[in-house]
Design a protein around this ligand. Sequence first.
Ligand code: 5GP
Length: 144
Amino acid sequence: MTASYDADNIFAKILLGDIPCHKVFEDENAIVFMDVMPQSVGHTLIVPKAESRNLLDADPSVLATVAPLLRRVAVAAKQAFGADGISVMQFNEAAGGQTVYHLHFHVIPRYEGVPLQAHGRGMEDHGVLAANAEKLRAALGATE
Ligand code: 5GP
């Protein structure tokens, strides 16, 4: 049986503004912010506002709004962080590597010969996250 959405998750609290984040962009469909435990410089999360636990219960219409934003953020992140490539990741359920149960996509800048750091390792310095959010915001040409 597929588990249902539980609003008591950290990204729901960020969406409500109850918990702060290093925000890059927000529109009516999604919010984009820096991952606090980046696996690479500029690791960014795209979080649709609609409630769904993960891809398995997501409304296809939500995915249709996220895909163009995903591409936009990937292109901007490659430029902003001088990356050689971008990994897009998305995890479903604990066995699939998911730790936060609100649908989200990882945009991770990659560099030739540099392996990814471990998923969910230590917290990045907030000054670094703020500076990276600013770089990505500038590359996106987003205004807040
Ligand atoms: P998942 O394994 O669910 O795809 O990944 C969840 C991601 O959320 C992890 O990469 C983790 O570092 C990140 N994360 C967990 N808690 C917070 C938080 O409070 N703020 C932010 N910005 N990222 C978080």
